[in-house]
Design a protein around this ligand. Structure first.
Ligand SMILES: N[C@@H](CCC(=O)N[C@@H](CS)C(=O)NCC(=O)O)C(=O)O
Length: 222
C-alpha cells in the first residue's frame, strides 16, 4: 500500500489532472475507483461534495487527511512533495499560470455537455463557446513545447485531460474545434506523448469514453 491514495473514476478529467501531477512528481499512489452512479457509503462519508477526486494522505501524527477539489490537491502536492516544481518561481508568472489553469478548468462542464449532446442547438451553442475559448488560449500558449515553453506546468496538467477527449474521437469530427489554433494543435501532440499524461488513465479509457458518448447518442459520433 502506498502513502497516498487517489479516489477516482475511470472517466473523470479532474482525477486525471491530479494523477498527472502525481506522475510528474514521481509519486507512487493507490487508485481507488468509485461508481459515481451508485456512490458507496464510505465515499459519501469522506467526500463533502460527493465528487472525485479525493486525495487520502497520512498526517505526520498518523491521522488521515482527506483532500478534495482538484486544484487544492495539485497545490498540496506541489507544496508538500519533492520533485520538479510545476509552478514558475516568479509570483507574477505563477499567478498567470494559476489563472489559465482555472480558465481551462472552468471549460470542462461545457465541453462535457457539448461532447455528450444529442441536441443540435446545445451542441452548436457549446461549440461556439469552446472555439472562442480555444482562440483565447491560442493567444497565450508559447510556441512550445509546453504552455510556458520548456517546462511542464500546472497549465499543461489542466489542459491534457481536455485535449484527450478529442484524441479519442475521429479526427475528421474534431479538427473544427481547433481551427485557427495551430499552436494548440502542436501543444496537444506534445501533451499526448508525455508519460505522466499517458499514465493518468487506464488502457481502456478511449473505449469507455466512446461508450459513454454512444449511450448518450452523442451527435459528435454520428
Ligand atoms: N470542482 C471539482 C469537480 C470534480 C467533479 O466534477 N467530479 C465529477 C466527476 S468528473 C464527480 O465526481 N461527479 C459526481 C457528482 O457530481 O455526483 C474538482 O475540481 O475536484
Amino acid at each position: 500500500m502506498n502513502a497516498l491514495s487517489l479516489v477516482s473514476h475511470h472517466l473523470c478529467p479532474f482525477v486525471q489532472r491530479a494523477a498527472i501531477v502525481l506522475g510528474e512528481k514521481g509519486i507512487a499512489f493507490d487508485r481507488i475507483n468509485v461508481d459515481l452512479s451508485e456512490k458507496p457509503e464510505w465515499f459519501l462519508k469522506k467526500s463533502p461534495t460527493g465528487k472525485v477526486p479525493l486525495l487520502i494522505a497520512s498526517r505526520p501524527d498518523g491521522g488521515e487527511a482527506v483532500l478534495f477539489e482538484t486544484t487544492v490537491i495539485c497545490e498540496f502536492l506541489e507544496e508538500s512533495q519533492e520533485g520538479t516544481p510545476m509552478h514558475p518561481s516568479n509570483a507574477f508568472d505563477r499567478a498567470r499560470d494559476r489563472a489559465w489553469a482555472e480558465y481551462i478548468s472552468s471549460m470542462y462542464a461545457d465541453v462535457w455537455l457539448m461532447l455528450n449532446a444529442n441536441d443540435m442547438e446545445v451542441f452548436e451553442s457549446k461549440k461556439t463557446i469552446f472555439r472562442a475559448k480555444i482562440r483565447q488560449i491560442e493567444g497565450e500558449v508559447s510556441s512550445g513545447p509546453y504552455f510556458n515553453g520548456k517546462f511542464f506546468s500546472m497549465v499543461d496538467a489542466a489542459m491534457a485531460p481536455l485535449s484527450r477527449f478529442f484524441d479519442c474521437l475521429p479526427a475528421d469530427r474534431t479538427s473544427v474545434f481547433f481551427e485557427y489554433a495551430p499552436k494548440i494543435e502542436k501543444w496537444r501532440q506534445t501533451l499526448r506523448s508525455r508519460p505522466s499524461v499517458a499514465a493518468a488513465v487506464g488502457a481502456d479509457y478511449a473505449v469507455r469514453f466512446r461508450e459513454q458518448l454512444s449511450r448518450q447518442h452523442a451527435l459528435i459520433l454520428q
